[in-house]
Write a new protein. Structure first.
Length: 471
């Protein structure tokens, strides 16, 4: 974005004589661009920008979208704009930058539509002939309800003192005079402001959850194909739903059959799926507005539990019920976690794995965590682990507020080589995860439509198997 933009070409691109370059700039008709009008969320984002400006009066604030990330050589990962930028602006263009000036006015700097006056539209690998057209800045200004300027004009701001959201765009960041503490305050404010979801955001999360539930149905129907192949079949089937109904998966799908379920973030997904075993599926669709669901179900591959599987599953289910019962405003964020851990520790005692639940639950003991490992909740939104920059006192050490959306996801993991658990339970991992909105008087489970009680799971799987046979 400084000086003349470097044309982005690859070593195997053909030579282009000047005769060709001149020829390519002629003979094109005017192309009408579809006008979409202002987006539904644009007024909400304008209001968020005003809140941000009011928080840092008289200061310049810079929030970049981020750019392409290299996958290998000259191929990039699919671009996904940063979450804070999305919350404030909603443009999906790489290398865009929101600048709020000292008067509190926001301007979006981003690359303008390609013209045919220079050859870049067909020679540059980010050009219109390679990746499709870019919207015009006038159209973007209407759609997003924010003034726009060509990206190269941001150069005029070089040397300005500003707070910059760091970590997204080094080229944009180096234009400004910044201070680390001030920048961190900006990141923290954004993380904390995003803790409370408005109605529109809740609707986006519900849409992501609904698509995710359809994806779980797809995978449950196709489990016989996963048995024939591998866990990858489940990952692929869910990925299809995520791409068709949303933007993508919100995180790498965890499709963990058998003992792989004891690997918390198993994303290799290349193992066998066997009848009689369990498969843990932790998957979420990221919707078109980039809000993501985060749901886990642990299913019996053949459609019914063995008595022993059901015993452990039921324990995790009861711990989740205890956690859900604590989901109401004013309760500590950790209340659902503590309630779930109490049930799990008592269950570990009943299974003969710990001698005394009371003893291991003591704050200076916590030996039960060998089998529960992780926390029961994290915030959910544009990021699967949302609001990570918020201060502890407003998040982990804070209280639940109406508008919080969080996961409730207790689990039990008996590693295959754990000599302290009964032999028949080794290699069993179970997690159940739902997405919960805190309301004025309690909570709403956004993923309640996906069965999770042990009988309900069997009935749901049987109904899906039957409907598959009828097709
Ligand atoms: Mn989660």
């Amino acid at each position: 974005m400084t000086e003349t933009p470097q044309e982005n070409t690859a070593s195997h691109d053909p030579k282009r004589p000047s005769k060709l370059l001149e020829f390519m700039s002629t003979g094109w008709a005017d192309r009408p661009r579809p006008r979409t009008g202002a987006q539904e969320a644009s007024p909400l984002r304008a209001e968020r920008r005003a809140r941000l400006a009011a928080q840092f009066p008289g200061e310049v604030l810079v929030v970049p979208s981020g750019g392409h990330k290299v996958r290998a050589n000259d191929t990039d990962f699919r671009f996904r704009p940063g979450s804070d930028f999305t919350w404030l602006v909603g443009s999906k263009e790489p290398d865009a930058v929101l600048v709020i000036d000292a008067k509190g006015e926001g301007t979006l700097y981003q690359a303008p539509a390609w013209t045919r006056e220079t050859p870049a539209f067909f020679t540059d690998r980010h050009g219109e002939f390679w990746v499709g057209p870019r919207p015009s800045l006038d159209d973007v200004a209407i759609e997003l309800a924010v003034p726009t300027r060509p990206l190269e004009e941001i150069e005029k701001l070089r040397g300005t003192k500003a707070r910059v959201l760091q970590g997204y765009d080094g080229k944009a960041a180096e234009l400004f005079e910044t201070a680390e503490d001030a920048d961190q305050e900006l990141a923290r404010w954004l993380g904390e402001a995003r803790l409370i979801k408005d109605e529109w955001e809740v609707a986006q999360l519900q849409a992501a959850v609904d698509a995710t539930i359809k994806g779980f149905e797809d995978v449950a129907r196709e489990l016989p194909r996963a048995v024939e192949t591998s866990e990858r079949w489940a990952e692929g089937v869910f990925g299809l739903r995520a791409r068709v109904e949303g933007n993508d998966v919100g995180y790498g799908s965890i499709c963990a059959a058998g003992a792989h379920a004891c690997v918390l973030h198993w994303t290799d997904n290349d193992g066998p799926v066997r009848e009689g075993e369990l498969i843990l599926l932790d998957m979420g669709v990221e919707g078109h507005e980039l809000y993501t669901a985060d749901i886990t179900r642990t299913l019996p591959v053949g459609g019914s539990w063995t008595p022993r599987q059901r015993e452990v599953y039921d324990l995790v289910y009861r711990s989740q019920e205890a956690a859900l019962a604590e989901c109401r405003p004013g309760n500590p964020f950790l209340a659902p976690h503590d309630a779930a851990m109490k049930v799990l520790a008592e269950g570990l005692e009943a299974l003969g794995i710990v001698a005394s639940a009371e003893e291991v639950l003591a704050v200076d003991d916590k030996r039960y965590s060998r089998w529960t490992i992780h926390g029961v909740s994290h915030m959910l939104g544009l990021d699967v682990h949302d609001c990570a920059a918020a201060r502890d006192e407003l998040y982990r050490e804070g209280t639940l507020q109406p508008g919080h959306v969080l996961t409730i996801e207790p689990g039990l993991y008996f590693q295959p080589d754990d000599l302290l658990v009964p032999e028949d339970l080794r290699g069993t991992g179970i997690r159940i995860e739902d997405d919960v909105l805190i309301t004025d008087d309690g909570h709403r489970n956004l993923s309640a439509a996906l069965p999770r009680d042990p009988d309900g799971v069997e009935r749901w799987m049987a109904a899906l198997a039957e409907s598959t046979q009828q097709r």
